[in-house]
Write a protein that binds this ligand. Structure first.
Ligand code: HEM
Length: 136
């Protein structure tokens, strides 16, 4: 398995433990629920689910299309940007928002960073698939 996949899956597994722990934390101390819900939800969906999919797709798409990934460099940029974005979102959702729904600019910056990572990933995958279509 390529190193980009391995690192995405490693990070996804770590985020799964942290996000699940936040869920149990909410059940144990319900008064924290309002603070932790958005962080828990986004760490689960962007950290655990999306990063598992990234790891699997970086492995499966090149392997089964018979074509190399369009850009490994973009793949690594995607890895770092996606991780910075998800940390930013979880921290600013949970610890700055404190359930007041006044998240401020930092959450917005983190959300933009996360969106950029998504666009980089989609571009890289689209370009990999495009080469396959041209061949057939
Ligand atoms: C040990 C595992 C988990 C525990 C203990 C847990 C617990 C919780 C709790 C207590 C809430 C707040 C519910 C409320 O009071 O409204 C919540 C919300 C949520 N959880 Fe989890 N959860 C777990 C795993 C997951 C996973 C794996 C996902 C997604 C892949 C997920 C996605 C969500 C979402 C999206 C919300 C927000 C729902 C809403 O705002 O209506 N959770 N979870």
């Amino acid at each position: 398995m390529n190193r980009i996949s391995v690192w995405f899956i490693r990070m996804a597994l770590i985020y799964f433990i942290v996000a699940a722990s936040m869920g149990v934390l909410m059940l144990t101390w319900p008064w924290w629920t309002r603070t932790y819900i958005p962080g828990h939800a986004h760490l689960n969906l962007l950290g655990w689910v999306s990063m598992t999919l990234y790891g699997v797709l970086y492995h499966v798409v090149p392997k089964h299309s018979g074509r190399p990934l369009y850009s490994k460099k973009l793949g690594w940029v995607h890895f770092y940007v996606a991780n910075i974005g998800v940390w930013g979102m979880v921290l600013y959702f949970g610890f700055v928002g404190h359930g007041k729904l006044e998240y401020g600019q930092h959450l917005l910056y983190s959300a933009y960073i996360e969106l950029i990572s998504v666009i980089i990933f989609v571009f890289n995958m689209m370009m990999t698939i495009r080469v396959v279509e041209e061949k057939n």
